[in-house]
Design a protein around this ligand. Structure first.
Ligand SMILES: *Cc1c(COP(=O)(O)O)cnc(C)c1O
Length: 238
């Protein structure tokens, strides 16, 4: 292994700062810090940066684009990492997404579930979270809250999936505190769904760089943070 250069050391430094902030938010809310897991969002970041964080003990990485994720998984296959698919999956990309991620956070339609299940290896169940459009925003993907129970019932009946919980991407605010009611809504939707389906649904995937303290206070178990860990993202090539 090669020695870390200065930019990699700075990266690891930022990782520790973010971890401390998550732990602080959890303790302030009376939660066990271990229950809020950091998913480092590595979309558009190079494999080298992921490897540097892995040596510092970060195992969970979130990717938004299936093709990009597959290339990094191949490049980093020597590392024991857990990959999270957090971006919208088009039905025609389902084949490449199925079975390649520990969790798919962005399951948002019956059509996608049906496309994915055809490609999930029989030997393993795909852990999945349903993405809910908590702000009812037309430009965002995710199932609407009213449609969640029916979709969840369908997915819970498919043996290829293990329904693990819910995910949301609330409306964007400059002040993260304003996102908090949306995180509370996702938690309540999940509580109702647990009763309705009789499932554990342990995971709530919520919180990003600008609002993760509020998400952790409302019960986030998977916190998806990109910018605060890696610094600004390179822009996506068209
Ligand atoms: C990019 C992205 C994140 C991380 O966003 P930051 O603001 O960089 O922390 C989290 N969740 C999803 C779904 C994303 O697409």
């Amino acid at each position: 292994m090669t020695a870390m250069d200065d930019s990699e050391k700075a990266l690891v430094e930022r990782l520790h700062v973010v971890r401390d902030r998550i732990a602080h938010a959890a303790r302030s809310a009376g939660r066990d810090p271990q229950e809020a897991r950091l998913v480092a969002v590595s979309k558009l970041q190079p494999a080298r940066a992921i490897a540097a964080l892995a040596t510092a003990g970060q195992c969970d990485f979130g990717e938004s684009y299936v093709q990009e994720a597959c290339a990094k998984q191949a490049e980093l296959s020597h590392l024991a990492l857990r990959w999270h698919c957090i971006g919208h999956v088009q039905t025609n990309k389902a084949k490449n997404a199925a079975g390649r991620f520990q969790y798919i956070h962005s399951l948002d339609s019956l059509k996608l579930a049906q496309a994915l299940r055809r490609h999930i290896p029989i030997s393993r169940r795909q852990q999945a979270l349903i993405q809910v459009n908590v702000g009812d925003e037309s430009q965002k993907t995710g199932v609407r809250a009213e449609e969640l129970p029916v979709l969840a019932e369908h997915i819970a009946r498919m043996p290829e999936f293990e329904l693990a919980g819910l995910m949301c991407l609330p409306p964007f605010f400059d002040n993260g505190a304003r996102a908090r009611p949306y995180f509370a809504l996702l938690r309540e939707l999940c509580e109702r769904l647990r009763i309705r389906l009789g499932l554990a649904l342990p995971e709530l995937s919520m919180g990003m760089s600008g609002d993760f303290a509020e998400a952790v206070a409302e019960g986030a178990t998977l916190v998806r943070i990109g910018t605060d860990v890696f610094g600004p993202r390179p822009s996506r090539r068209p």
